[in-house]
Design a protein around this ligand. Structure first.
Ligand code: TPP
Ligand code: SF4
Ligand code: MG
Length: 323
C-alpha cells in the first residue's frame, strides 16, 4: 500500500482549484509518478497509468484524495506506481474492498484497476453485485485476453483457439462478453477503449469520473509478452479499425436517428454483440440512484429520529432496550 506520507500538504481539503486560500496545490503528473513501473517494455498498462496521472492532474485532484484499488495480476500492480493512497488487495476482491471504501468515504472518487482475470473470472461475483447496487466508483479493466502475471493461462476473454499453458491445444470455451455482462448486471456506465488511443482512454476516464454510480471502462491493453498482436485488428497503425460510437446529439436531424442512444439498453447490447474489433466509446449510461446516496438518506433519517444523538449513545440505548 502506498500512502501520502511524503506529501507536504497531507491532511488538507481536496478537489479544489489551487487558487483558493488554504487549499493545497494539486499535484502534477510528475509528482504522482512512483518507482519505475515493473511492467515489460511495451505493455499496454503503461498507457492507462499515464492517462490516470493526466486525469488527476487535469481534474486537480489533490494527492490525499487519489485512491487506487486493485486485486492481483500485472495490471493490478497499478497502485504501486502511483505516489498516493492505494491498495493492492486480494485477487478478485478489489471491487469488494472499494465498495466499503466508497460507502464510508463520500469525499473520494475511488478508482479500481483490474485485469480480465481479476475482474471477470475470480472477481466476477463481486463485479455483479457492485453493479446491481450501483456503488459509486470507476472500474478500469485492463483486458489483455490472458493471465499475464502467471505467464499465459486462458482468461475469460481469451478467444476460442488461443493456445496457452492451460489450453495447449487451443481454448475451446466461449469467451465472456464483458460489455454484455456489465450491462445485464446493472452497471450504469459501460464504455470500451484501447491503450492504443490515449486521447480516447482519457476521454472515457473523464466521462466515467463524471458519472454518479458504478462506471466501468473495458480497456484493451496488450500483453506484449504472452499475447502480442491480440488487438491488431483494433489498431489503425497495424491495419485495423478503431470505430467510434456516434452518440445521439438530439438535434432532430435525420442523421441523428442513426446515432446511438446510450440509455437504450437493447441498442447497447446490439453494439456489444458486434464481432471483434467492434466499436469504441460509451455503450450504456443511465442515471439511477447510487447505493451511496440511498444509504446516506437512511442514515440521515435515522439520525434525525434520534435528534442527532452521538452514535455511541444510540448504541447504548439499543443495548439497554435489549436487556
Ligand atoms: C486466490 C488466487 N488464485 C489464483 C492466483 C494466481 N493468480 C495471480 S494473478 C492471476 C491472473 C491474473 O490475470 P489478470 O487478472 O488477467 O491480470 P494480468 O496479469 O493479465 O494483468 C492468477 C490466476 C492468486 N494470486 N490468488
Ligand atoms: S507479462 Fe504481459 S501484462 Fe504482464 S507486464 Fe508483461 S506485457 Fe504486461
Ligand atoms: Mg489479463
Amino acid at each position: 500500500m502506498n500512502n501520502a506520507t511524503n506529501n507536504p500538504s497531507s491532511g488538507a481539503a481536496a478537489v479544489a482549484p489551487p487558487t483558493q486560500p488554504g487549499q493545497p496545490a494539486p499535484y502534477k503528473k510528475v509528482e504522482l509518478k512512483s518507482d519505475r513501473p515493473t511492467w515489460c517494455p511495451g505493455c499496454g498498462d503503461f498507457t492507462v497509468l499515464d492517462l490516470y496521472f493526466r486525469l488527476c492532474e487535469r481534474r486537480q485532484v489533490t494527492r490525499e484524495k487519489i485512491t487506487s484499488v486493485s486485486g492481483i495480476g500485472c495490471s493490478s500492480r497499478f497502485p504501486y506506481f502511483v505516489q498516493a493512497h492505494g491498495v493492492h488487495f486480494i485477487h478478485g476482491r478489489a471491487v469488494a474492498f472499494a465498495t466499503g471504501l466508497s460507502l464510508s468515504r463520500p469525499d473520494l472518487h475511488v478508482f479500481v484497476f483490474s485485469g480480465d482475470g481479476d475482474a471477470y473470472s475470480i472477481g466476477g461475483n463481486h463485479l455483479e453485485h457492485a453493479a446491481r447496487k450501483n456503488i459509486h466508483m470507476t472500474l478500469v479493466v485492463m483486458d489483455n485476453n490472458v493471465y499475464g502475471l502467471t505467464k499465459k493461462q486462458t482468461s475469460p476473454t481469451s478467444p476460442i483457439g488461443f493456445k496457452s499453458k492451460t489450453d495447449p491445444m487451443g481454448a475451446m470455451d466461449t469467451p465472456t462478453n464483458p460489455l454484455k455482462k456489465l450491462i445485464s448486471a446493472g452497471a450504469t456506465f459501460v464504455a470500451r477503449t484501447s491503450h492504443t488511443n490515449p486521447q480516447h482512454v482519457l476521454q472515457m476516464m473523464e466521462r466515467a469520473m463524471d458519472h454518479r454510480g458504478f462506471s466501468v471502462i473495458e480497456c484493451l491493453s496488450e500483453c506484449v509478452e504472452f499475447y502480442p498482436g491480440a488487438f491488431d485488428a483494433a489498431n489503425p497503425r497495424k491495419g485495423g479499425q478503431f470505430t467510434l460510437i456516434e452518440e445521439k446529439k438530439k438535434d432532430g436531424t435525420p442523421e441523428d436517428a442513426k446515432r446511438h442512444d446510450p440509455s437504450d439498453e437493447v441498442a447497447a447490447y446490439r453494439l456489444a454483440s458486434l464481432p471483434f474489433p467492434g466499436v469504441f466509446g460509451v455503450f450504456y449510461q443511465v442515471n439511477q440512484p447510487a447505493k451511496n446516496d440511498k444509504e446516506k438518506q437512511l442514515i440521515d433519517t435515522a439520525r434525525a429520529a434520534t435528534s442527532n444523538a452521538p452514535p455511541l449513545a444510540v448504541l447504548q440505548k439499543t443495548f439497554d432496550r435489549m436487556k
